[in-house]
Design a protein around this ligand. Structure first.
Ligand code: PGA
Length: 251
């Protein structure tokens, strides 16, 4: 049985006060003994605040980004040691906003993946095609390239600490989610590609998340597809009722 996971990506939203409140509301609403893993990824400046709220609860702290060095002269960046220090357990890499707004390429994403795994943290590797790529019939090629890029050089054992999030770029923040057929088709493809890279066992056990405009209304179907094990939730993770409803849908 693969673990079920719902990840809240708060992007560049919240204040210190609202981040603390939102995290506390999620912890309270979730209660003890949830069978769905819940990860909250606040903006970097609020990792400490949220980390304090979720410490010793069922909720886990994740980072939206990392610079792939422990520490050093990298002005403005957040190193892996800092994320460890703050109690992070997961790091999102390869998010489409990092790829498209900040120009991150596959080799750089691969460095982040390796640095995160070397520190003993879990990776949430995001991949997904643009609308133009989908229209040109290039979805599979795109997923293949991004997956091979992000996971290059990893052993089967390391892949056991990776979660892949399928997030079609055209669905992120647009209110236009992948249909259950599209999400399942992509997830099957991802599992097949990972099998080609590191073999059947790790591919079968790989948790795959669906993302891009997942909300309380569409989660019930999307979270229960045969190859989908949870979701990466952006805007809907900023509203506690909606986020908790998605978590319940995934159970
Ligand atoms: P969205 O974002 O749910 O707001 O579409 C998802 C994401 O960017 O991870």
């Amino acid at each position: 049985m693969r673990p079920r996971l719902i990840v809240g990506n708060w992007k560049m939203f919240t204040t210190a006060a609202s981040a603390r409140r939102l995290a506390a509301d999620v912890v309270r609403g979730l209660g003890p003994g949830s069978c769905v893993g819940v990860v909250l990824c606040p903006p970097a400046p609020y990792l400490g605040v949220v980390g304090e709220v979720v410490r010793d609860t069922a909720v886990v702290l994740g980072a939206q980004n990392v610079y792939p060095e422990k520490d050093g002269a990298f002005t403005g960046e957040t190193g892996i040691n800092m994320l460890l220090d703050l109690g992070c357990r997961y790091v999102i890499v390869g998010h489409s906003e990092r790829r498209h707004i900040f120009g991150e390429d596959d080799p750089f994403i691969n460095r982040k993946t390796k640095a995160t795994l070397a520190a003993g943290l879990e990776v949430i590797a995001c991949i997904g095609e643009t609308l133009a790529q989908r229209r040109r019939g290039e979805t599979k090629t795109c997923l293949e390239g991004q997956l091979a890029g992000a996971l290059a050089g990893l052993t089967a054992e390391q892949i056991r600490h990776v979660v892949v999030a399928y997030e079609p770029v055209w669905a992120i923040g647009t209110g236009m989610n992948a249909t259950p057929e599209q999400a399942q088709e992509a997830a099957t493809e991802i599992r097949k590609l990972v099998q080609g890279l590191v073999g059947e066992g790790p591919a079968r056990d790989l948790p795959i998340l669906d993302g891009g405009s997942v909300n309380a209304a569409n989660a019930a179907t999307l979270m229960h597809l045969p190859d989908v094990d949870g979701g990466l939730i952006g805007h809907a993770s900023l509203e506690v009722d909606q986020f908790l409803s998605i978590v319940r849908s995934a159970a």
